[in-house]
Design a protein around this ligand. Structure first.
Ligand SMILES: NC(=O)c1ccc[n+]([C@@H]2O[C@H](COP(=O)([O-])OP(=O)(O)OC[C@H]3O[C@@H](n4cnc5c(N)ncnc54)[C@H](OP(=O)(O)O)[C@@H]3O)[C@@H](O)[C@H]2O)c1
Length: 223
């Protein structure tokens, strides 16, 4: 599979690239193609150190150039930039490309981390992405409660669940397959994209609990 990561130079992008490069061709994206190429080269070295050889590859390109020819597009950018970035991506991606949102709309206040849509009346991230990158059926959301620190540490399984929301069974099945390829990560289908807020809101909750109880990068697991 060809997997493009918009904003792939960030921590989550690095984790996704390292976790999937054993089998897939990863294209790390950035607003700056040169920055993307440098990140891709660093990730390739890290992957080879961890795994020896990799059957896939990691390359880098401009966010918008890479989006034209990938099977899966991960939107690994902050919530604030959805409108601008997806506005530019609209019309550029293949009809059969699925779009994955791990985006958490979250900010910090005196009380602690809060979920922006609840406090400010804005839309959940997955819904904003779907508005911009139609058809809605292509959009799937997941990975909200996975810490980048753990995702990048490929020597260790995650020992966690991730909730998946999406309207189209085929798109959900494709992402479920990719989740299953990440060691120790269990996909849990939550429901249609209309429920993405239930997955997104868990992240500020986790961070507040972690801070108050001195826990390091906690995740979620249903028992
Ligand atoms: N970090 C975590 O542990 C974690 C956990 C779960 C979910 N998430 C979610 O996953 C997403 C990625 O997280 P992250 O920590 O990797 O994010 P990040 O490091 O803050 O940002 C990722 C990339 O976004 C790009 N970016 C910055 N400003 C931009 C702008 N104005 N327009 C377009 N792109 C811009 C940058 O790439 P370039 O400068 O190269 O363009 C940056 O490397 C976020 O939505 C976050 O909420 C994060």
């Amino acid at each position: 599979m060809r997997i493009g990561i918009v904003g792939g130079t960030g921590g989550m992008g690095e984790g996704f690239a390292l976790r999937w490069c054993q089998k897939h061709d990863i294209i790390v994206g950035s607003r700056d193609a040169q920055k993307a190429k440098e990140a891709a080269s660093n990730y390739t070295n890290a992957a080879k150190q961890s795994y020896g050889n990799i059957s896939g590859s990691i390359s880098g390109d401009d966010n918008f150039a890479l989006a034209k020819n990938v099977d899966v597009l991960i939107l690994s950018i902050p919530y604030e930039f959805i409108d601008d970035t997806c506005g530019k991506l609209a019309g550029q991606i293949r009809d059969d490309c699925i779009v994955v949102s791990p985006i958490v709309p979250m900010t910090r206040t005196d009380a602690g981390f809060i979920y922006i849509p609840l406090e400010q009346g804005k839309k959940p991230a997955g819904e904003m992405v779907a508005d911009k990158l139609q058809p809605r059926s292509r959009v799937v959301s997941a990975f909200h409660t996975i810490s980048e620190v753990k995702l990048k540490n490929v020597g260790q399984g995650l020992d966690a669940d991730t909730f998946i929301c999406g309207d189209d069974p085929n798109a959900v099945a494709k992402l479920t397959e990719l989740v299953n390829e990440i060691s120790g990560l269990r996909p849990i289908y939550l429901g249609p994209l209309a429920l993405t807020y239930q997955a997104e809101i868990l992240t500020p909750m986790l961070l507040n609990a972690a801070k108050k109880n001195k826990m390091k990068n906690p995740g979620v697991k249903l028992i």
